[in-house]
Design a protein around this ligand. Sequence first.
Ligand SMILES: [Zn+2]
Length: 258
Amino acid sequence: MSDPSTHLPVITDKERVRRLLALPGTRPNRLARLHTARVAIVGMGGLGNASAQYLAAQGIGHLTLIDGDRVDATNLGRQVLFGPSDIGTLKIEAAFKALSRIAPKLEVDTIADYFTEHNGASLIASHDIIIDGLDSAAARHWINRAALNKGVPVIFAGAVGYEAQVFAVYGKPPCLSCLWPTMTDADGDCVTHGILGPLVGMVGSLQAAEAIKHLIGFADKPGSLWTFDLFQGRTRVVSVPPNPLCPVCGSVSRGPSS
Ligand SMILES: [Zn+2]
């Protein structure tokens, strides 16, 4: 069957999730959840590009893309939704164009702005899960606080040089501040230390995988820090316990229901 206006084959929601059915742990009645899910991606750099393309391809219903930057030539080595003709274009607009080709039924909101301490809560309101695609430690901590207040899960990730980390916070302790209470931008950036393009693709894809697993009902594993060192060829998963003295979630962890 094809769409008479475009002559392209019509891809149904069922076809996008059909290969999930055979996976251990899949609950078929939860697959439809993907098609109604609202996911916000904060930052459309390498991590946001990779996670967005897999979320779109897998049949997520709605993406909100948040970024005020424009495509630069130095982005093209790792931000795979963009090509040379997109240079100078807002990243959210170039990404929308590419994602529309991958998944024409996908609903996309584009917000040409930066996540701040003041607008963050409103930007992520009414979403089921947040993908962190930022390169600012301060903004990550603002997301952590805003999402925790609303009980919304965030899949955090960071990558610089050959190294990357992924850490999911599921709206309850442990949170990002339990892990990195004093993280600052001085910890490293891609301009100073460089970045291996496929590394952000790998990690952004892992963020999409964790988001999809959460949405379709796989058991969450809070406090799992994934670390990757592609220079040494090492991968580890480290368990991070809740910090009862955490300034962000400590009062939650000390609450009567914990
Ligand atoms: Zn915490």
